[in-house]
Each structure stands twice: as structure tokens, then as C-alpha cells.
Design a protein around this ligand. Structure first.
Ligand code: SAH
Length: 220
């Protein structure tokens, strides 16, 4: 583990208390979020704000999710040690680190080459063993499936059937579903081979899930 200041640790502790105050009550998730140094996943310009409960810009016109959002998505996944999770949208790598910290086997896909590279360097340096893929999350990663859970960290109106079929029976997919401006966090529980139970879990705002491997900054 990289050495870090008492200041970062103290700020992180306060963030965890803030999340508890907002109703996050999963101790396993809170413990993992208390361990992972979020400031290492942020651009220098925003370092001072790393332990605020807010989303911030990262490279390629993308964002690191708000800690509250990370907590909600991680709770809904309901996974534990050695479960296999596919993440769509590696971004900064922070969400992947939280899952790895919980002992989950993480497979993560990113369509932005720069983010794919940066996240790999950071997560490797922190000692997390994660499987990284540069690709289009709409295709999933069937060769390593089926997964115990799939987490999509970008907004999409349509949840691809291909992804729903990479879940094992009993598995859970969590996705912010909706248009550009507002999405509903949606849980798909695969109850049987051809039966998905769908439940809503509040409003959120994410960057959009886009098709194909990127050819530059998505906000240019
Ligand atoms: N989980 C990230 C959040 C990143 S924001 C974190 O903890 O920081 C969403 C990310 O999804 C962006 O990096 C974006 O490039 C990526 N993305 C969007 N569409 C995608 C797709 N089809 N396949 C893979 N990644 C995608």
C-alpha cells in the first residue's frame, strides 16, 4: 500500500460518517470505502476535494462517481468474497478498487484508452489484482462469464440482452437506466433462465454509455 497522510485518513473517516448519515448501512461496503484512497484516483486539480461526496471530472470528458452513488451500486450488487463481477466503465478505477477491496474478482471494461491505461497503473500499484479490458461494454466479456453480478457505471436507455445473459441464474445487474439528464438506478435479478425481476432504486445522473471503442474525448 502507498503511504498516505493522516489528513487523507481523517477526511475519509468523515466521508464514511456522511454516507452513514445518508442511509448507507452496509458495513462491508463502508469498510472498503474507508480503506481505498479516493484521492489517488482523482486529477491533481481536484485533490483537495477528494473526500467530498461529489462526482468530479477525470480524463477524456468522464467522471469519477460520487461516493454515495458508488455505495448504493455496490450495496445493490450484494456480492462477497470470491464472487465474480463484471464492471462496464472502468473510468478512474475507483469503483473497481472498492470491489477488489471487498475480495471480489473484478473484470472491468473501458472504451477510453487513456482511462483504461491509467486505471491499470493505479490499481496495480495499489496491489489489486483486476482483469482489465479495452472494449465496448455493450458486448460484455462472455468468455469469463457467467458473472455473479454486473455493474454498469454509465447511463443507458436500453440494457443489452447480451449482458443480461452473462449473469448466472440468481445473479444481479445494476444499471442507471434512462436518458442523458436523469436515470433510475435499476436492479435486474435473474430469477430463472428466462426470468428477470426488475426493481427501481432512486434517481441518479451518470455520463452516457456509448457504443464502440472511443476515438478521443467524448466531450470535445
Ligand atoms: N466506475 C467509474 C465511473 C466512470 S464514468 C469510476 O469509479 O470512476 C463511466 C465510464 O464508462 C467512462 O469512463 C466511460 O468512458 C465508460 N464507458 C461509457 N460507455 C462505455 C462502453 N460502452 N463500454 C465501456 N466503457 C464505457
Amino acid at each position: 500500500m502507498i503511504e498516505e497522510s493522516f489528513e487523507a485518513k481523517g477526511k475519509r473517516k468523515r466521508l464514511i460518517e456522511e454516507l452513514r448519515g445518508k442511509g448507507i448501512n452496509d458495513e462491508v461496503v463502508l469498510k472498503a470505502m474507508g480503506q481505498v484512497p479516493r484521492h489517488l484516483f482523482m486529477d491533481d486539480a481536484f485533490l483537495r476535494h477528494a473526500y467530498q461526496d461529489k462526482a468530479f471530472p477525470i480524463s477524456a470528458g468522464q467522471t469519477i462517481s460520487q461516493p454515495y452513488t458508488v455505495a448504493v451500486q455496490t450495496m445493490l450488487l450484494n456480492v462477497g468474497k470470491r464472487d465474480k463481477v463484471l464492471e462496464i466503465g472502468t473510468g478512474s478505477g475507483y469503483q473497481a478498487a472498492i470491489l477488489a477491496e471487498m475480495g471480489v474478482k473484478v473484470y472491468t471494461i473501458e472504451r477510453q484508452r487513456e482511462l483504461y491505461r491509467k486505471a491499470q497503473v493505479m490499481l496495480n500499484s495499489l496491489g489489486y489484482r483486476i482483469h482489465f479490458f479495452l472494449g465496448d461494454g455493450y458486448e460484455g466479456q462472455p468468455q469469463y462469464g457467467p458473472y455473479d453480478a454486473i455493474i454498469i457505471t454509465a447511463a443507458t436507455a436500453e440494457v443489452p440482452d447480451k449482458l443480461l445473459r452473462q449473469l448466472r441464474v440468481g445473479g444481479r445487474l445494476v444499471v442507471p437506466r434512462g436518458d442523458r439528464d436523469s436515470q433510475v438506478m435499476t436492479l435486474y435479478l435473474r430469477r430463472a433462465e428466462e426470468d428477470w425481476e426488475i426493481t427501481p432504486h432512486g434517481h441518479f445522473v451518470f455520463v452516457p454509455m456509448l457504443k464502440g471503442i472511443a476515438n478521443g474525448n467524448d466531450r470535445d
